[in-house]
Design a protein around this ligand. Sequence first.
Ligand code: NDP
Length: 362
Amino acid sequence: MDKNIFTEKDGNLDIIRDGTVAVIGYGNQGRAQALNMRDSGLKVIIGNRSDNYKKRAEKDGFEAYSIDKATSLCDILFLLIPDEIMKDTYENDIKPNLKKKGAIVFASGYNIAFNIIEDSKSHDILMIAPRMIGAGVRARFLTNEGFYSFVHVENDASGKAKEKLLALCKAIGTLKKGAIDVNFKQEAVLDLFNEQAFGPAFGRVLLTSIFTLVDAGYPLEAVLIEMFMSEEMSYTYHKMAKIGLVKQVNLHSHTSQYGAMSRGIKFRNLPLKEKMSEILQNIESGNFAEEWEKKSSKLKFKFLKFFATRTRINKLEQKARKNLNLKTFDIFEEEEPSAEDSEELNRLKDELKEFEEFYQEY
Ligand code: NDP
């Protein structure tokens, strides 16, 4: 696209006003985006399997159909179901039923970027990937604040794909804040990198900090409050976005500023960039997506969750939450995988052993 940042004045609803939009999936993003588009004056229907999500859509006043039926009734289709099951739904219900030159909107670049779904040349293939959870997509529409999205036209079958994309962005409410043109692969890589490099590295720093203090004898509850339960960190994050990464430093005391700025140098030689580049390369090459597509990875995932919920930090946190009269959550109860699963994963024994040991460190 000729420019890469779009705001309210770039979208015009006229081009999509007469068509029908089908939102497939009425979960986190589906519900929020459907409500926003309806409030913007579009005709929105829902496609979902017959269950509680469908009932919720009907309760919210939408006409809800089976996925194939909703697909055949619409001009624009939002595919808002979990990425890992999208391929089957796309192949079986959507591809055979969607009108020629109709548009498909993805909220994540993943399946197209890694060729899990083959992009159709007879449809407009669009992406509106909010950088916001579903509840925020709805709440920020209602307050007029908007939210950022990464958007792109992958295929323009109708000759009007860009205008449609920007109109839909307006209807969802993302243009109030800003839509940035980022292609499907870039969106998917950015998302996965954040999850696989920043997230785990940050997690390790956080957990190492907690155990340095707990093992030195500082009271458990005080350590957890200091490190994250006070929500001071999330406040700092909020301020980074609002006033700037460096500027927010001024909100802290002089002692805090001097301490943080003078001690950062001690962590200078950690091989972070090296590890992160390795992870980035693994994502970009498609190796991660290929691994996650395998059935054995779904089983491995079960084990990883099981190990993660048996960690020392989980037990300590549980204890601290009880002492602080805070609610405790189910993840701690994650069940041990069945004997059948264990058998199938027998050949991954060594790899799993390594993970089990890794999780025992925390
Ligand atoms: P959800 O997990 O909330 O999706 C739930 C919906 O998917 C329900 O309607 C559910 O209906 C349906 N669904 C689940 N399994 C199946 C199946 N096997 N066949 C058909 N329908 C199924 O998804 P999200 O809203 O989290 O994600 C949707 C898209 O948005 C994804 O591409 C995701 O990457 C993207 N996204 C998500 C964000 C988020 O905050 N969660 C942020 C930005 C983008 P039922 O089970 O009743 O069939």
